[in-house]
Design a protein around this ligand. Structure first.
Ligand code: HEM
Ligand code: HEM
Length: 167
Protein backbone atom coordinates (compact mmCIF):
# COMPACT_ATOMS: atom_id res chain seq x y z
CA UNK A 1 0.00 0.00 0.00
CA UNK A 2 1.30 3.50 -0.82
CA UNK A 3 2.25 5.89 2.01
CA UNK A 4 0.25 8.76 0.47
CA UNK A 5 -2.74 9.47 -1.73
CA UNK A 6 -2.01 9.74 -5.47
CA UNK A 7 -1.49 13.27 -6.76
CA UNK A 8 -4.84 13.39 -8.61
CA UNK A 9 -6.68 12.39 -5.41
CA UNK A 10 -4.81 15.06 -3.43
CA UNK A 11 -5.49 17.84 -5.95
CA UNK A 12 -9.17 16.85 -6.16
CA UNK A 13 -9.44 16.66 -2.34
CA UNK A 14 -8.31 20.27 -1.89
CA UNK A 15 -10.31 21.56 -4.86
CA UNK A 16 -13.48 19.85 -3.58
CA UNK A 17 -12.77 20.93 0.04
CA UNK A 18 -12.54 24.61 -1.09
CA UNK A 19 -15.75 24.35 -3.12
CA UNK A 20 -17.66 22.56 -0.32
CA UNK A 21 -16.63 25.29 2.15
CA UNK A 22 -17.75 27.93 -0.39
CA UNK A 23 -21.05 26.07 -0.90
CA UNK A 24 -21.71 25.75 2.83
CA UNK A 25 -20.79 29.36 3.67
CA UNK A 26 -22.48 30.81 0.56
CA UNK A 27 -25.59 28.63 1.04
CA UNK A 28 -25.96 29.66 4.69
CA UNK A 29 -25.16 33.38 4.46
CA UNK A 30 -25.95 34.41 0.87
CA UNK A 31 -28.65 32.00 -0.37
CA UNK A 32 -30.76 31.07 2.66
CA UNK A 33 -30.47 34.58 4.20
CA UNK A 34 -31.65 36.44 1.08
CA UNK A 35 -35.47 36.42 0.61
CA UNK A 36 -36.75 35.24 -2.78
CA UNK A 37 -38.32 38.70 -3.29
CA UNK A 38 -34.84 40.32 -3.29
CA UNK A 39 -33.51 40.84 -6.85
CA UNK A 40 -30.05 39.73 -5.59
CA UNK A 41 -31.44 36.21 -4.99
CA UNK A 42 -31.17 35.14 -8.66
CA UNK A 43 -27.43 35.84 -8.78
CA UNK A 44 -26.86 34.13 -5.43
CA UNK A 45 -28.76 31.05 -6.62
CA UNK A 46 -26.88 31.00 -9.94
CA UNK A 47 -23.51 31.00 -8.18
CA UNK A 48 -24.66 28.41 -5.64
CA UNK A 49 -26.07 26.06 -8.31
CA UNK A 50 -22.88 26.26 -10.41
CA UNK A 51 -20.68 25.55 -7.36
CA UNK A 52 -22.99 22.70 -6.27
CA UNK A 53 -22.98 21.15 -9.76
CA UNK A 54 -19.18 21.41 -9.97
CA UNK A 55 -18.87 19.70 -6.56
CA UNK A 56 -21.08 16.82 -7.74
CA UNK A 57 -19.01 16.24 -10.91
CA UNK A 58 -15.64 16.51 -9.11
CA UNK A 59 -16.76 14.28 -6.23
CA UNK A 60 -17.95 11.60 -8.69
CA UNK A 61 -14.65 11.78 -10.58
CA UNK A 62 -12.72 11.54 -7.30
CA UNK A 63 -14.80 8.59 -6.10
CA UNK A 64 -14.20 6.66 -9.35
CA UNK A 65 -10.43 7.30 -9.19
CA UNK A 66 -10.44 6.50 -5.45
CA UNK A 67 -12.16 3.14 -5.91
CA UNK A 68 -9.65 2.06 -8.57
CA UNK A 69 -6.49 3.48 -6.95
CA UNK A 70 -4.13 2.05 -4.38
CA UNK A 71 -4.62 4.18 -1.26
CA UNK A 72 -2.81 4.40 2.09
CA UNK A 73 -4.08 2.06 4.84
CA UNK A 74 -7.03 3.24 6.94
CA UNK A 75 -5.92 5.21 10.05
CA UNK A 76 -8.76 3.72 12.14
CA UNK A 77 -12.41 2.67 11.80
CA UNK A 78 -13.72 6.09 12.90
CA UNK A 79 -11.79 7.95 10.18
CA UNK A 80 -12.93 5.47 7.53
CA UNK A 81 -16.56 5.90 8.63
CA UNK A 82 -16.18 9.70 8.68
CA UNK A 83 -14.70 9.73 5.15
CA UNK A 84 -17.56 7.64 3.67
CA UNK A 85 -19.97 9.87 5.61
CA UNK A 86 -18.45 12.91 3.87
CA UNK A 87 -18.96 11.29 0.45
CA UNK A 88 -22.55 10.34 1.33
CA UNK A 89 -23.51 13.79 2.68
CA UNK A 90 -21.99 15.60 -0.30
CA UNK A 91 -24.04 13.40 -2.65
CA UNK A 92 -27.20 13.96 -0.56
CA UNK A 93 -26.59 17.74 -0.74
CA UNK A 94 -26.13 17.70 -4.51
CA UNK A 95 -29.04 15.28 -5.07
CA UNK A 96 -31.50 17.23 -2.90
CA UNK A 97 -30.33 20.55 -4.41
CA UNK A 98 -30.90 19.30 -7.94
CA UNK A 99 -34.25 17.67 -7.01
CA UNK A 100 -35.46 20.94 -5.44
CA UNK A 101 -34.24 22.98 -8.36
CA UNK A 102 -35.93 20.75 -10.98
CA UNK A 103 -39.20 20.65 -8.98
CA UNK A 104 -39.45 24.47 -9.24
CA UNK A 105 -37.89 24.84 -12.67
CA UNK A 106 -35.01 26.87 -11.19
CA UNK A 107 -32.62 26.41 -14.17
CA UNK A 108 -35.06 28.26 -16.48
CA UNK A 109 -35.79 30.98 -13.91
CA UNK A 110 -32.18 31.53 -12.83
CA UNK A 111 -30.23 31.06 -16.06
CA UNK A 112 -32.78 31.97 -18.78
CA UNK A 113 -34.98 34.57 -17.03
CA UNK A 114 -38.17 32.59 -17.74
CA UNK A 115 -40.80 32.75 -14.97
CA UNK A 116 -40.28 33.93 -11.40
CA UNK A 117 -39.25 32.49 -8.04
CA UNK A 118 -41.92 31.15 -5.63
CA UNK A 119 -42.29 33.03 -2.30
CA UNK A 120 -39.91 30.45 -0.74
CA UNK A 121 -38.82 26.81 -1.15
CA UNK A 122 -39.96 25.66 2.28
CA UNK A 123 -42.84 23.41 1.18
CA UNK A 124 -40.47 21.07 -0.70
CA UNK A 125 -39.27 17.89 1.03
CA UNK A 126 -36.00 18.21 -0.89
CA UNK A 127 -35.50 21.66 0.73
CA UNK A 128 -35.92 20.12 4.21
CA UNK A 129 -33.46 17.33 3.32
CA UNK A 130 -30.99 19.91 1.92
CA UNK A 131 -31.16 21.96 5.16
CA UNK A 132 -30.74 18.96 7.50
CA UNK A 133 -27.92 17.43 5.41
CA UNK A 134 -26.20 20.86 5.38
CA UNK A 135 -26.12 20.92 9.19
CA UNK A 136 -24.85 17.33 9.37
CA UNK A 137 -22.17 18.11 6.76
CA UNK A 138 -21.05 21.24 8.65
CA UNK A 139 -20.69 19.13 11.83
CA UNK A 140 -18.80 16.31 10.06
CA UNK A 141 -16.46 18.71 8.22
CA UNK A 142 -15.72 20.46 11.54
CA UNK A 143 -14.89 17.09 13.11
CA UNK A 144 -12.80 16.11 10.06
CA UNK A 145 -10.79 19.35 10.16
CA UNK A 146 -10.33 19.08 13.95
CA UNK A 147 -9.07 15.48 13.54
CA UNK A 148 -6.66 16.55 10.76
CA UNK A 149 -5.26 19.36 12.96
CA UNK A 150 -5.00 16.98 15.94
CA UNK A 151 -3.02 14.49 13.83
CA UNK A 152 -0.75 17.27 12.53
CA UNK A 153 -0.20 19.21 15.77
CA UNK A 154 -0.59 16.71 18.63
CA UNK A 155 0.05 13.21 17.28
CA UNK A 156 2.50 14.39 14.56
CA UNK A 157 2.02 11.00 12.87
CA UNK A 158 2.20 12.18 9.26
CA UNK A 159 -1.51 11.66 8.46
CA UNK A 160 -1.76 15.26 7.16
CA UNK A 161 1.15 14.61 4.79
CA UNK A 162 -0.79 11.71 3.22
CA UNK A 163 -3.08 14.36 1.73
CA UNK A 164 -0.17 16.72 0.94
CA UNK A 165 1.30 17.61 -2.45
CA UNK A 166 4.93 17.52 -1.32
CA UNK A 167 6.52 14.23 -2.35
C1 HEM B 1 -10.37 22.30 4.81
C2 HEM B 1 -9.96 21.47 5.72
C3 HEM B 1 -9.62 20.01 5.47
C4 HEM B 1 -8.51 19.37 5.92
C5 HEM B 1 -7.38 19.96 6.76
C6 HEM B 1 -8.60 17.99 5.44
C7 HEM B 1 -7.64 17.01 5.65
C8 HEM B 1 -7.70 15.70 5.24
C9 HEM B 1 -6.67 14.71 5.41
C10 HEM B 1 -5.33 14.97 6.12
C11 HEM B 1 -7.11 13.55 4.88
C12 HEM B 1 -6.34 12.23 4.82
C13 HEM B 1 -6.78 11.30 5.90
C14 HEM B 1 -6.08 9.97 5.80
O1 HEM B 1 -4.96 9.90 5.28
O2 HEM B 1 -6.67 8.98 6.23
C15 HEM B 1 -8.44 13.79 4.35
C16 HEM B 1 -9.24 12.84 3.73
C17 HEM B 1 -10.50 13.09 3.23
N1 HEM B 1 -11.15 14.31 3.20
FE1 HEM B 1 -10.47 16.04 3.96
N2 HEM B 1 -9.78 17.82 4.76
C18 HEM B 1 -10.44 19.04 4.74
C19 HEM B 1 -11.68 19.30 4.18
C20 HEM B 1 -12.48 18.36 3.57
C21 HEM B 1 -13.80 18.62 3.03
C22 HEM B 1 -14.54 19.97 3.07
C23 HEM B 1 -14.24 17.45 2.50
C24 HEM B 1 -15.55 17.17 1.81
C25 HEM B 1 -16.68 17.32 2.35
C26 HEM B 1 -13.23 16.43 2.73
C27 HEM B 1 -13.34 15.10 2.37
C28 HEM B 1 -12.39 14.12 2.60
C29 HEM B 1 -12.54 12.73 2.22
C30 HEM B 1 -13.77 12.11 1.55
C31 HEM B 1 -11.36 12.09 2.62
C32 HEM B 1 -11.05 10.61 2.46
C33 HEM B 1 -10.16 10.42 1.29
C34 HEM B 1 -10.40 9.10 0.66
O3 HEM B 1 -10.00 8.08 1.25
O4 HEM B 1 -11.01 9.12 -0.41
N3 HEM B 1 -12.17 17.03 3.37
N4 HEM B 1 -8.78 15.12 4.58
C1 HEM C 1 -23.27 19.87 -3.29
C2 HEM C 1 -22.99 20.83 -2.52
C3 HEM C 1 -23.98 21.82 -1.93
C4 HEM C 1 -23.81 22.40 -0.71
C5 HEM C 1 -22.67 22.18 0.26
C6 HEM C 1 -24.98 23.26 -0.50
C7 HEM C 1 -25.20 24.03 0.64
C8 HEM C 1 -26.36 24.73 0.94
C9 HEM C 1 -26.65 25.36 2.19
C10 HEM C 1 -25.72 25.35 3.43
C11 HEM C 1 -27.88 25.93 2.08
C12 HEM C 1 -28.64 26.68 3.21
C13 HEM C 1 -29.40 25.63 3.96
C14 HEM C 1 -30.06 26.14 5.22
O1 HEM C 1 -29.48 27.02 5.88
O2 HEM C 1 -31.15 25.64 5.54
C15 HEM C 1 -28.37 25.68 0.75
C16 HEM C 1 -29.59 26.11 0.25
C17 HEM C 1 -30.00 25.90 -1.05
N1 HEM C 1 -29.31 25.23 -2.05
FE1 HEM C 1 -27.57 24.20 -1.82
N2 HEM C 1 -25.81 23.19 -1.59
C18 HEM C 1 -25.24 22.33 -2.50
C19 HEM C 1 -25.75 22.00 -3.75
C20 HEM C 1 -26.85 22.58 -4.32
C21 HEM C 1 -27.30 22.34 -5.69
C22 HEM C 1 -26.61 21.40 -6.68
C23 HEM C 1 -28.41 23.10 -5.87
C24 HEM C 1 -29.29 23.26 -7.08
C25 HEM C 1 -29.02 22.85 -8.27
C26 HEM C 1 -28.68 23.81 -4.64
C27 HEM C 1 -29.75 24.68 -4.42
C28 HEM C 1 -30.06 25.27 -3.22
C29 HEM C 1 -31.29 26.01 -2.97
C30 HEM C 1 -32.40 26.28 -3.99
C31 HEM C 1 -31.26 26.40 -1.62
C32 HEM C 1 -32.38 27.07 -0.84
C33 HEM C 1 -32.23 28.51 -0.66
C34 HEM C 1 -33.40 29.09 0.11
O3 HEM C 1 -34.17 28.37 0.78
O4 HEM C 1 -33.55 30.29 0.01
N3 HEM C 1 -27.70 23.48 -3.71
N4 HEM C 1 -27.43 24.94 0.07
Amino acid sequence: MPARYARALVVLHWLIASLVLLGLIGGTFFVDEVPNSDPAKIGALAGHMIIGGAILVLMLVRLIIRLRADVPPSVNAASTAAHWGLYLLVFVMAGSGITMSLAIGLPNIVFFGQGSLPADFNSLTARTVHGIAANLLIALVALHVAAAIWHAAVKTDGVMARMGLRR
